[in-house]
Design a protein around this ligand. Structure first.
Ligand SMILES: [Zn+2]
Length: 77
């Protein structure tokens, strides 16, 4: 009998049709996601599920906002 990974179990708790991405995966991809956003690329297509996770996870949304502000500040000419 397989035990589901904790992150998968937690992701399931967020809703039956919730994002497949857990907080760990979200954190891992957040750098790349923000860079794609700032580059004008389709970040949602490159990393599916992350936007949905941000919508349902205040902690990751806050992390995204501060990372976005940090990276966009760094890229100012
Ligand atoms: Zn999260």
């Amino acid at each position: 009998m397989d035990r589901p990974h904790l992150t998968q179990a937690l992701a399931r708790l967020r809703g039956p049709d919730g994002p497949e991405l857990g907080c760990d995966a979200c954190f891992e991809e957040l750098d790349r996601y923000v860079e794609l956003e700032l580059a004008g690329e389709d970040a949602d297509a490159a990393i599916p599920g992350l936007r949905a996770h941000l919508g349902g996870c205040p902690a990751c949304r806050e992390e995204h906002e501060s990372l976005y502000a940090l990276v966009s500040g760094e890229q100012k000419p």
